[in-house]
Structures are given as C-alpha cells and as structure tokens.
Design a binder for this molecule. Structure first.
Ligand code: NAD
Length: 265
C-alpha cells in the first residue's frame, strides 16, 4: 500500500458522477469510503475491489443519507476503518420526473428535499464535526479538510419542469456558502459543483420517464450546449479533484459551474 493522502467519503458512489469522483480521488491517492443505498451494495463492493487495484484502501458503507442516525454511523465507520474524514463529497441526489409545479405531488417534493437537501445537510454537519475534532487533535493546522456538495446548473438558472429539484439544488448553494464561512476558522473549505447535463443513469431515467428515446434526448441536449456535447462524469470528477487539492486552497463557498458553456455566472 502507498501512503494515503487522506480519507475521502463519497456518497451515491455506486454509479455515475459519484463513481467517477471515487475513482479519481483513489487515483489521486486518497483512501475511499464508498456509500450508497443498501440495494446498490454489490456495485459498491465491486468498485471497492477496483479501487484496491490502484493500491489505496476502500470500504463500502450502505446508508441512506436522508437518515440522521445512518449518516452518523457512516462517519463513525469511516473513522474506525480508515482513521479520519478529510474529504466529504455529498454527491447522492435524486431527480423525480415532475412535469410542472401543479403536477408535483407533495410526496415527490418531500422525497427530493429529503435526499438532496436534508441528506447534504446531514453529511456536511457530521463530516464537519469530525473534521473540527481532527483539527483540534492535530493542533489547529491550517489544513482542516474539504467538503463538497452536489449542486446543479438548475441552482443558477432554474429549469421549467424541475421546480422541486431546482429548489433543492439552490438549497445546496445556500448551505455551502454559510458552512464555508462558519468552518473557515478550522481550515475547512466548503464548495459545490454545479454541472449541466451529464450523461448518467439519472438523465437516462429522466428521458425515459418523459417518453423520450434516451439517445435522441442526449443528442438533442448536446446541441443546446456551446461545446456541443453532454458532460461526462469524469468532467465533474476532474473539478472535484482540483477543489479538494491544495491548488484550490483559496477557494471556498463557491458552486463551480461545469456545464460546457450552457450558462454563464
Ligand atoms: P445517478 O442517479 O446516476 O446516481 C446517484 C446515486 O446516488 C445512485 O447510486 C443512488 O443510488 C444514490 N442515492 C440516491 N439516494 C440516496 C440516498 N438516500 N442515500 C445514499 N445514496 C443515494 O445520478 P448522477 O447523475 O450521478 O448525479 C450525482 C449528483 O449530481 C446528484 O446529486 C445529482 O443531482 C447531481 N447532478 C447531476 C447532473 C446530471 O446531469 N447527471 C447534473 C447536475 C447535478
């Protein structure tokens, strides 16, 4: 085993953007705690095996990020198994197909907020508590850790048909800004990624739920992007790799766009 750069915990890591982030951080030299909901444990375990091949440790932790006790346990298990939490990537999120505001059921709204907002809040909160304790144990060194949340282009310019989802992603921006200010004294930086359309199962399901052919939908979406392609999970992972690195030591409180020019801040 090579010397680890630290420990990164990635939620929703069994596929898509979370999986790409986990693989990228493993290649960067982090030990990995991989989280997803229990039914995705087999994919997580396969990913942990794959990461083991690049000579860093990886553990799988099944937990629902919307449940407080499960998030607390997830942090505890990460520390027990790997020693610390130095990077928290609160990536897990859901997208419900809710055609318009007036067709959005309270259940779909609540489910969206539970994972995309409460889940990110719980991950930020309990990772920050652990990072503050580590900061104190390490004698208050300036490098306290890095927390990253999943926001979206829809948190900067909302999309029709995505009212609850857009709202949830604006929530991540607010949480990121306030947390960045509160945690700066401990050397903890807090940022978010704000992707445009990234080619993952989430987008595939959205297309199919809306009666669209997946490939046709992707081709059409790509034409709306100045760079004329959909984003890849690796495009987001590259950004996260930078944001958690020392090269980004003066960046905190930001929701950084990765969208092929679809929207300008
Ligand atoms: P995805 O649906 O492919 O993967 C999401 C993962 O999160 C899944 O493995 C799922 O099982 C997991 N998850 C869902 N609920 C969970 C819970 N309660 N606890 C733990 N894990 C849970 O999605 P993706 O496209 O990879 O998106 C990842 C993140 O990026 C999401 O927060 C999403 O909203 C955000 N995002 C995606 C896009 C895009 O175009 N794909 C754009 C902007 C933002």
């Amino acid at each position: 085993m090579s010397i680890s750069k630290g420990v990164a915990l990635v939620t929703g890591a069994s596929r898509g953007i979370g999986r790409a982030i986990a693989l990228r951080l493993a290649n960067d030299g982090y030990s990995l705690a991989l989280n997803d909901i229990p039914c995705n444990l087999p994919s997580l375990t396969a990913l942990a095996d794959e990461i083991g091949c690049v000579n860093v440790k990886a553990v799988s932790i099944a937990a629902d990020v919307a449940e407080e006790e499960q998030v607390q346990e997830m942090i505890k298990k990460t520390v027990n198994d790997l020693g610390s939490v130095d990077v928290m990537v609160a990536n897990a999120g859901i997208l419900k197909s809710t055609p318009t505001l007036i067709e959005t059921s309270l259940k779909d709204f609540d489910d969206t907020i539970a994972v995309n907002v409460r889940g990110v809040f719980l991950c930020y909160k309990y990772a920050a508590k652990q990072m503050i304790a580590q900061h104190q144990q390490r004698g208050g060194t300036p490098k306290g850790g890095s927390i990253i949340g999943a926001s979206s282009v829809t948190a900067k310019q909302a999309w029709a048909g995505l009212s609850a989802y857009s709202m949830s992603k604006w929530g991540v921006r607010g949480l990121t800004q306030a947390s960045a200010m509160e945690l700066a004294p401990y050397g903890i930086r807090v940022n978010a990624y704000a992707p445009g359309s990234i080619d993952t199962k989430m987008v595939e399901k959205f297309a199919v739920d809306n009666g669209r052919d997946h490939k046709e939908y992707l081709a059409e979406k790509a034409q709306t992007v100045p760079l004329k392609r959909m984003g890849t999970p690796e495009d987001v992972a590259n950004l996260v790799s930078f944001l958690v690195s020392d090269q980004a030591s003066y960046i905190t409180g930001q929701a950084v766009s990765v969208n092929g020019g679809l929207f300008f801040d």
